[in-house]
Design a protein around this ligand. Structure first.
Ligand code: CP
Length: 314
C-alpha cells in the first residue's frame, strides 16, 4: 500500500489504511526489538533532529531509541541549553538546523501549532511529539497498537477516556484516531475539565458519571491531570477528584473482567490511579504502551523517511 505523507502532525489526515499500515509496520519492528542485536540499517545516512522545548521522558527517549535502532544519525536539541534563551527566534533556529542538511525534525513544544511552523520553515519532514493542547499523534498510535495487541481488534471496542480532557493533546489525537479505526468513544470528566464543546472532539458520548460508564468499557484510558495547564480551581482538591474520577480497588469491581487500563504517563499516583490499578498485573498495560512507543516511532520514522526494504531483516 502507498504511504504518501510527509509529516505526522495531525492524525485526522491519516486514513484507516494509513493507520493500519503504521501499526502493521510497528509489528514488523517488534521482531527486531526482541533480538539480541536490535539494530537494522534501513535509515542509515538519514539525520533526525529531536527538538524538545518542553520536558519529556517517554516520548523523547523512545524517539531516540527508535532512531538509533534504525541507524539514523540523531541530534538532540532544545530547551534552555540553546540560543533561544538569548533571543533567537524559532525561524532562525530552524534555518540554522536545516543548514546541516537534515532530513527530519521531531518537535515537542508547549505552544500549539509549532510543528506546522517548523514544517513550513524547514521544508523537511516533521513529526509532532506533542504541541500544547493540540495533538500528540505518536501517542495515539502507540495507544492503538497496545489496544490492538491486547484485544485483537479496535473496531467495535468501547473506550472510555477519563479525566483532564480539556487540556489534553493526547485526547486531541486519540479520539479522532479511535473513531477512524471504528471504536466507540465516551468522554468522562467533570464539567470543569471538559472542553467548551466536547462533542467537537468527535466522541460518541459524554458523561460525568464514571461509575455508571465503567461496566460498559473494554478500555479505560486515564488521562493525567495537567497541573501545569490548570487555570483557576477546576475541582476542590486532588483528593476529591481522585474519589470521583480515580481508578482504585473499589472501581475494579465495577469493571468488565477483561477490561484494560491505559495511561499515557507520567502518572500522578494516587490521583488518576492508585497503586492497585497502576500496577495491576492483568488490567494495567501502561508499560506495554511505553514499549509500543518505540515500535510505532520506528514505523513512523521509517514510513515518513521512505526507508528501503534493504536490510529490514538484517
Ligand atoms: N506520554 C508522554 O508524552 O510522556 P512524556 O511527556 O514523558 O514524553
Amino acid at each position: 500500500m502507498a504511504f504518501d505523507h510527509k509529516h505526522l502532525i495531525d492524525i485526522r489526515e491519516y486514513s484507516e489504511e494509513d493507520i493500519t499500515l503504521l501499526l502493521d509496520t510497528a509489528e514488523r519492528f517488534k521482531a527486531i526489538n526482541e533480538r539480541r542485536i536490535k539494530k537494522v540499517p534501513v535509515l542509515k545516512g538519514f539525520t533526525v533532529v529531536n527538538m524538545f522545548n518542553e520536558p519529556s521522558t517517554r516520548t523523547r527517549s523512545s524517539f531516540e531509541i527508535a532512531e538509533k535502532r534504525l541507524s539514523c544519525d540523531t541530534l538532540n536539541f532544545g530547551g534552555s541549553s540553546t540560543s533561544t534563551v538569548k533571543g533567537e527566534s524559532l525561524d532562525d533556529t530552524v534555518e540554522t538546523l536545516c543548514a546541516y542538511k537534515i532530513d527530519m525534525i521531531v518537535v515537542r513544544d508547549k505552544h500549539a501549532g509549532v510543528p506546522y511552523k517548523v514544517a513550513q520553515k524547514s521544508g523537511v519532514s516533521v513529526i509532532d511529539a506533542g504541541d500544547g493542547k493540540h495533538q500528540h499523534p505518536t501517542q495515539a498510535l502507540l495507544d492503538l497498537y497496545t489496544i490492538r495487541e491486547e484485544k485483537g481488534r479496535i473496531r467495535g471496542l468501547r473506550v472510555g477516556i477519563v479525566g483532564d480532557i480539556g487540556h489534553s493533546r493526547v485526547c486531541g489525537s486519540l479520539v479522532p484516531a479511535l473513531k477512524t479505526m471504528g471504536a466507540h468513544v465516551t468522554l468522562i470528566a467533570p464539567q470543569t475539565l471538559m472542553p467548551p464543546v466536547p462533542e467537537a472532539l468527535g466522541a460518541d458520548a459524554v458523561t460525568s458519571n464514571l461509575d455508571e460508564a465503567l461496566p460498559e468499557l473494554d478500555v479505560v484510558y486515564m488521562l493525567r491531570i495537567q497541573q501545569e495547564r490548570l487555570e483557576g480551581a477546576p475541582f476542590p482538591s486532588l483528593r476529591e477528584y481522585s474519589m470521583l474520577f480515580g481508578l482504585n480497588e473499589r472501581r475494579d469491581k465495577l469493571m468488565r473482567p477483561d477490561a484494560i487500563v491505559c495511561h499515557p504517563g507520567p502518572i500522578n499516583r494516587g490521583v488518576e490511579l492508585d497503586a492497585f490499578m497502576a500496577d495491576h498485573p492483568t488490567r494495567s498495560v501502561i508499560l506495554d504502551q511505553v514499549y509500543a512507543g518505540v515500535l510505532v516511532r520506528m514505523a513512523a520514522l521509517y514510513l515518513l523517511l521512505g526507508g528501503g526494504e534493504d536490510g529490514f531483516a538484517a
